[in-house]
Each structure stands twice: as structure tokens, then as C-alpha cells.
Design a protein around this ligand. Structure first.
Ligand code: SF4
Length: 290
């Protein structure tokens, strides 16, 4: 329930042309549901949240999908579900050692990044990944080659980047192309003999970023819906803020406060790749009825 606020004047809600669920998240949910159907409720364990969206994860839990980030404590009689972010070869090897049945819901684009990292290493490149070292996708991908260097911001270039003659560069799928291009430009200022860049960015994410940035030009305030831990949702909110638009990153309508739209006539709405349409529709409906 939203408390009354005299200053509210929102008259129009505009939706970003590209928003919400991507095919990788849709596939992961379908694979999880089918695994629970096949093996039974309480018999499938996801190695951490399937996707970075609390509402979806809670729904799956209700349907019988369990969650345990510690592979070593998963009951050997249960099926392990690898989430959309993927996992390192070491995780697959440990599951095999324990004879665990594994269902793999890794997004195909994350799988491609894993393959590229392995190939770059085999071709003799020192692999550099531009990404957040704490993100599960990055932690999985860097397992596909030894000694991968992870850099996220300009400051990491001085601190982390070793001098090797041949660098092979990939990026976290959800990063903004502009950020990745800036990092590569900085690397090229250094005396590396060869730099090979393989584009591992996800076009689904890039499309949502472009649509959100375009929308900021037509609205007084932007709402970006999605998990607070979702890297692609946070990136969307960051890009909208960078455009100088008053931006709120919320998970659901419950977090909305009337003061957020005081004096606004047009509100923009977008959502990260792991945000279900139901959350977007509820938010849009409630905002339109203020
Ligand atoms: S955002 Fe892109 S890389 Fe991530 S799950 Fe969706 S399709 Fe795959």
C-alpha cells in the first residue's frame, strides 16, 4: 500500500523497448522445472540461486527446487543443478568424483565465454577477463585456464595486469560495451606485443542497456527493476544514472515510495534480464494508477 503524497503528478509510464527476461534465464528456469518434474520435489539442488532474482528463486523453491552453494554437503542421492552463471571445470570434476547426477543450466553465452578462455590459453595467450572477480559467472569462467587475470576498473590495470607479451581478452557477459572498450583502450597504451580481444558480451544485455539509456532522454525519473545482486540490473541503473536521470533500482512495487515521483510527469520503466514480466506488469499498473 502506497501512502498518500500531495506532490505526485505522474501522468504517463513509458516502458523500455527491450527489458526483462532473456533467453538464458528462460532456459535456466525451464531446465530447473523439468529437472524437478523428472527427479521429484526436494530431489534437485541448485548450486546457489538459479538466477539473481529473489521472487523467481522463491517460486522455484516452492515448486521443490532446493539450494545449496556448498557442493561438498549436497546429499549424494540428489541431482545437482548448475545455474545459468555456469561453474568451473573443478566443480564438475568434484561432482563427478562424488557420482552426483548433474543437470547443466549454464547459459549458452556463458558456455561460449568458458570455451573462448580455454582456447585462448591453448593458443598461448595470457588470458585477461574484464569483470567483477566476485561474480559467479567470472569465478566459473576463469577456471577454464590457469592464472587468468581479472580486472574490473582502471585502478586494477596497475595492480593486477602482469607483463606478458601476448594477451587474450574476454569480458563478463553483462558488462557495458563502453566500459569494456575503455579498459581495452587503456591496455593498448601499454607495451604488449599482441592483444587479441574476443567479444563475449551478451547482446540481450546490450539491447536492454541501449533501450534504457534512450528512454532516460524522454522521462523525468527511471525505475530499474531487478535483484539488488543482479549484475546486469545494477549496470542498467548505473547507465541511467550516468545519463543524469533520477534513477531508482528496486526489486518490486513494495519498495516504491511516493516521494520518488514527486513532481514527475513521465516515468520510465525497465528491468534486468532476470526480472519476470509479472513484476514489471504489477509495477507499471500501480504506477499508472497513482
Ligand atoms: S543475460 Fe545474456 S549471458 Fe546472461 S543468462 Fe541472459 S542471455 Fe545468457
Amino acid at each position: 500500500m502506497v501512502e498518500a503524497s500531495e506532490g505526485i503528478v505522474v501522468v504517463q509510464v513509458k516502458l523500455a523497448s527491450s527489458r526483462g527476461f532473456c533467453f538464458g534465464v528462460e532456459d535456466a528456469i525451464e531446465i530447473a522445472e523439468s529437472a524437478v518434474d523428472t527427479h521429484g520435489a526436494g530431489r534437485v539442488v541448485a548450486l546457489g540461486p538459479l538466477i539473481h532474482n529473489k521472487q523467481v528463486v522463491e517460486e522455484l523453491e516452492k515448486a521443490g527446487l532446493e539450494q545449496n552453494g556448498n557442493l561438498g554437503t549436497v546429499d549424494a542421492a540428489k541431482t545437482v543443478l548448475i545455474r545459468s552463471h555456469g561453474a568451473s571445470p573443478e566443480t564438475f570434476a568434484r561432482a563427478a568424483e562424488r557420482n552426483l547426477n548433474v543437470v547443466d543450466a549454464t547459459c549458452v553465452l556463458v558456455k561460449r565465454a568458458q570455451t573462448v578462455v580455454r582456447q585462448l590459453h591453448e593458443e598461448g595467450y595470457h588470458v585477461v577477463m574484464i569483470g567483477d572477480p566476485n561474480h559467479p559467472e567470472v569465478q566459473g569462467v576463469i577456471g577454464y585456464a590457469p592464472n587468468v587475470t581479472v580486472i574490473d576498473h582502471g585502478a586494477d590495470l596497475e595492480k593486477e595486469l602482469p607483463y606478458k607479451e601476448r594477451l587474450g581478452i574476454v569480458a563478463q557477459t553483462t558488462h557495458a560495451p563502453e566500459h569494456v572498450a575503455d579498459m581495452i583502450a587503456e591496455i593498448l597504451k601499454r607495451p604488449y606485443r599482441e592483444v587479441k580481444v574476443v567479444n563475449t558480451l551478451c547482446l540481450e544485455v546490450t539491447r536492454r542497456q541501449e533501450a534504457a539509456v534512450t528512454l532516460t532522454r524522454d522521462v523525468d525519473v527511471m525505475f530499474v527493476l531487478g535483484g539488488l545482486h543482479s549484475a546486469n540490473t545494477r549496470e542498467l541503473a548505473h547507465l541511467c544514472e550516468q545519463e543524469g536521470c533520477n534513477t531508482y533500482h528496486l526489486e518490486t512495487w513494495d519498495q516504491f515510495r511516493p516521494s520518488m515521483v514527486d513532481g514527475c510527469t513521465i516515468a520510465g520503466l525497465t528491468a534486468g534480464a532476470s526480472t519476470p514480466e509479472s513484476v514489471i506488469a504489477t509495477f507499471e499498473q500501480n504506477l499508472s494508477q497513482l
